[in-house]
Write a protein that binds this ligand. Structure first.
Ligand SMILES: C[S@@+](CC[C@H](N)C(=O)[O-])C[C@H]1O[C@@H](n2cnc3c(N)ncnc32)[C@H](O)[C@@H]1O
Length: 462
């Protein structure tokens, strides 16, 4: 098809791609359009052109799709935090189920697997127990802020705008976190602006304030505040901690992570405790967990409960099984299943998570879970356990090929694969499918208003 970059074109959106973009097809040529949904009729500008596809941006919604709703958040459409707020939640769930099914079919060439309808999140706003806000010296202005002389464009504390790595929306209210998180966010912003210390530039790599991470425990209604800076300066940071502790009595932990690395990751080379304890307590089901600032913990606590219930159902334990929990994080799955299995061994890379996992067993008086710290690729070959069930919950990149081969060598009767990325789930299951029947897949929505979806796959040895 003959089109040019920057050309304007009218399109009818007929599908939804993974990544949340609307799809239009003209003469066999595919267009991917950000923020578009099926049945939208739009005029769009081509932003990128390739041989078989192009990317485009909406200029005008000529006829909006009946699937659209008015997004409640003022940042929707600009913020990278939620890209699907303009889509009814029930429809989000339908597209998420479809993404899992299509990924299995197209990427894994796996056909005929039962993919259940996506289980919805109980809360669709305020559901995140952890938010990470970035600092930047380049503030992205909303259309109604442009041209205003009152706005300092050299400071922002908020979330990234997709497509730019250094510009950040200055966010005063994020609907994904509980309301009090926004009050804390705004208190920190005011302090940062008045501190006289420069904010970090994501291009210049200079400046002091880097990130603000907030963790909330709904079970105890308590907060952890983690302030990430590029260097140590107790004179500047301690008064902020003192102010927060005084203003918000339910903040139980304030830490300062310090990182001089250029990478945009909110984890410090070291951590200083500024106030309270270095951990936050939370609950999944009847179990209590202590979480450090840098440990992994599922970000939607109620969603995690639902996810682990499905893992438990699929594991169908009698009490005599030995279970291997790969990528175990702070041991949440192992601990939640501990009453149903004979013994569970977890393997995890992050030292802080392993320490938390061990502590969490003590807190919950559990003595049949053991944890090994290390890269699964290196330790799996050395363990002398013959598990009946292997539970696998890798990060978005999925499993290393060597890990897949080692799991096949262990050859457990059952595998339960928990995935936060349908593409790598499909890729990994394709490597396993000759040896295991893929019995069913249950998508679980932990991230309303984003295109992300968690899935649990149940596999039985052939
Ligand atoms: C999606 S999380 C799952 C955590 C846990 N199962 C849960 O539900 O909370 C993935 C975990 O894998 C860990 N991880 C990533 N790469 C790893 C590796 N190569 N070896 C061991 N653990 C790894 C991460 O630190 C993280 O805790």
């Amino acid at each position: 098809m003959k089109i040019k970059r920057s050309q304007e074109i009218e399109l009818e959106i007929t599908g939804m791609a993974f990544g949340g973009q609307g799809i239009a097809k003209v003469d066999g040529y595919t267009f991917f359009v950000d923020q578009a949904v099926p049945s939208d009729y739009i005029s769009a500008r081509i932003t990128r052109k390739k041989k078989n596809f192009a990317q485009a941006r909406i200029i005008n919604l000529l006829k909006p799709s009946p699937l659209r709703i008015e997004p409640p958040c003022v940042y929707a459409g600009f913020c990278g935090g939620c890209k699907w707020q303009f889509l009814k939640y029930e429809d989000q769930l339908i597209y998420k189920q479809q993404h899992v099914l299509e990924s299995l079919e197209h990427i894994g060439l796996i056909h005929g697997v039962k993919v259940h309808p996506a289980a919805g999140s109980e809360d669709i706003f305020g559901y995140r127990n952890k938010m990470e806000f970035s600092c930047s010296d380049k503030r992205w202005l909303l259309p109604d802020e442009m041209g205003s002389n009152d706005i300092d464009t050299g400071f922002a504390l908020g979330l990234h705008v997709p497509g730019t790595f250094h510009k950040v929306l200055d966010i005063s209210k994020c609907m994904l976190q509980p309301d009090q998180g926004n009050e804390i966010l705004n208190s920190v912003r005011t302090y940062m602006i008045n501190s006289g210390m420069p904010v970090y530039g994501l291009k210049t790599h200079e400046g002091f304030w880097r990130f603000l991470m907030l963790r909330h425990s709904k079970a105890f209604n308590q907060w952890m505040v983690n302030i990430i800076t590029s260097s140590e300066d107790r004179k500047i940071i301690q008064p902020l901690a003192d102010l927060l502790i005084e203003k918000y009595p339910n903040i139980v932990s304030i830490v300062n992570n310090i990182t001089a690395r250029k990478a945009g990751i909110a984890v410090g080379e070291y951590e200083i405790l500024l106030a309270g304890t270095p951990i936050l307590k939370d609950k999944i089901g009847s179990y209590e967990f202590e979480i450090s600032a840098n440990s992994f913990f599922q970000t939607n606590t109620k969603g995690a409960e639902k996810l682990y219930d499905i893992v438990e159902k699929y594991a169908d334990l009698s009490g005599n099984e030995k279970v291997l929990d790969l990528y175990c994080g702070t041991g949440t799955i192992a601990i939640c299943l501990s009453g149903k299995a004979k013994e569970i061994t977890g393997i995890e890379l992050a030292e802080s998570s392993i320490a938390d996992a061990q502590k969490n067993c003590q807190i919950n008086k559990i003595d049949n879970c053991h944890f090994i710290q290390g890269d699964i690729k290196d330790c799996l070959g050395n363990i002398n356990i013959v598990p009946d069930i292997v539970i696998i919950d890798p990060p978005r990149v999925g499993m290393h090929k060597d890990v897949v081969n080692q799991v096949l060598k262990i050859s457990p009767e059952k595998i339960i694969y928990v995935s936060c990325n349908p593409a790598t789930l499909a890729r990994d299951l394709a490597l396993i499918k000759d040896h295991y029947n893929i019995m069913e897949v249950q998508p679980v929505d932990m991230f309303p208003h984003t295109y992300h979806i968690e899935s649990v796959a149940r596999l039985e040895k052939k």
